[in-house]
Design a protein around this ligand. Structure first.
Ligand SMILES: Cc1ncc(COP(=O)(O)O)c(C=O)c1O
Length: 383
């Protein structure tokens, strides 16, 4: 394999379909369609029309698991392939015994589906840090940890505001009080360096449908020590030898595969392997610098245009920017009419950058937002 490098143009040339001639600033929600995806789906259909489809799928699982493990610096035995981040969160937390350490510390900035899993755990007392408006800093976590904390959940980058937390600081403090740490890296994986040995987390989840340039329908769960009670949500892929097809009897392997369930969404699987292979060609340190610069440029320009922008210091900013407006959906529709794809969520319009994003994309978005204000007579942050 050639050394990873940074070739925004190469990645951009892989965009296809309507996104080819458009500005895709929505990877915090969904990846743009790429030729890699098209090729992967075509391969899947070819495989489907030949004998040996399941063997081909299995090869894709092996490839996807290896590439994700490589991306985060894990061993393949520490990676489980699951249908979504919510199921991954469930697998990480279910079966824990909540005795003296009953507290599960999460944040109001957590992606809702992950927080729902935490709240569904009987026996755990969910503690929240962060503001009621869903904003959080490392300090909020550090202040909330106690000797009763057993499990801590940290988003590497928050899904709405794009705040990038100092996960390592939180992990070290959580470990010091004897808690384990789950990191939701869905908004980070694929667009910045992410190494489990540097983070020292116990669990890490990332789905394929955003910055990893795959389709939705698959998530990876890294588990530092895959042991403990056997999962009760399971299936044939969670067996020591999935091909034994023993109906009576249940064994549990020592690898993270123990958390797997049944057949994955195969289109998502093929495209996951393709997206991860594309990401592997990129130097993510350079991609990170590139997106930091673009986000800072967009923030400065939009603030200058009178927009209310939620920015953080460069190091504490993920790859997307949140522009505040109670009618963010309306702005997104206006931009979509000008072939600019963004990701509104509640009262913010999110503009997400990646390796393929250019200064022209940022110019186009800023100009279109200015034209929306002019056309509607509205002001930034207000209607
Ligand atoms: C931070 C984060 N976690 C999780 C998810 C999705 O979770 P799931 O795969 O369970 O739908 C998203 C976005 O959809 C997200 O932004």
């Amino acid at each position: 394999m050639t050394a990873p490098t940074f070739r925004p143009a190469t990645v951009r040339q892989r965009l296809t379909g309507p996104v080819e001639g458009s500005t895709h600033l929505a990877a915090c929600s969904v990846a743009p369609r790429t030729r890699d995806m098209d090729d992967a789906v075509a391969t899947m259909l070819d495989d489907l029309s030949r004998p040996g489809f399941w063997e081909a799928c299995e090869q894709q699982m092996i490839t996807a698991r290896r590439l994700f493990a490589g991306l985060v610096g894990a061993d393949v035995d520490q990676v489980a392939i699951l249908p979504n981040a919510g199921v991954a969160a469930h697998q990480a937390v279910a079966g824990r015994r909540w005795r003296r350490r009953r507290d599960l510390l999460t944040t109001t900035a957590e992606f809702p589906g992950i927080a729902h899993v935490w709240q569904a755990q009987s026996g755990a007392t969910v503690r929240w840090c962060g503001t009621t408006a869903g904003r959080v800093h490392e300090g909020d976590y550090l202040r909330s940890l106690t000797t009763h904390t057993g499990f801590v959940s940290v988003p590497a980058v928050t899904y709405r505001d794009g705040a990038r937390l100092d996960v390592r600081r939180i992990v070290d403090a959580a470990h010091a009080v004897g808690a384990v740490v789950f990191v939701d890296a869905y908004q980070a994986a694929g667009v910045m360096p992410l190494r489990v040995d540097a983070l020292r987390c116990d669990y890490l989840v990332a789905g394929t449908g955003k910055y990893l340039l795959g389709l939705p329908g698959l998530a990876f769960l890294y588990v530092r020590d895959p042991d403990g009670p056997a999962p009760t949500l399971t299936g044939w892929l969670g067996r020591t030898d999935p091909h034994a097809f023993r109906t009576v009897g249940l064994d549990t392997p020592a690898q993270a595969r123990r958390y797997e369930t049944g057949t994955p969404a195969v289109a998502a699987l093929y495209t996951a392997a393709a997206g991860l292979a594309r990401i592997q060609t990129l130097d993510l340190t350079q991609v990170r610098r590139h997106t930091q610069r673009l986000v800072a440029t967009a923030a400065m320009r939009l603030a200058g245009q009178g927009e209310t922008v939620r920015v953080h210091p460069s190091d504490a900013q993920g790859a997307h920017l949140a522009v505040v407006d109670p009618y963010a959906e309306d702005i997104a529709r206006w931009l979509a009419g000008r072939t600019i794809v963004t990701a509104p969520r509640g009262e913010v319009l999110r503009l997400a950058t990646h390796a393929y994003t250019t200064d022209d994309d940022i110019d186009a978005a800023c100009e279109a937002i200015a034209s929306y204000r002019h056309h509607t007579g509205t002001r930034g942050g207000h209607r």
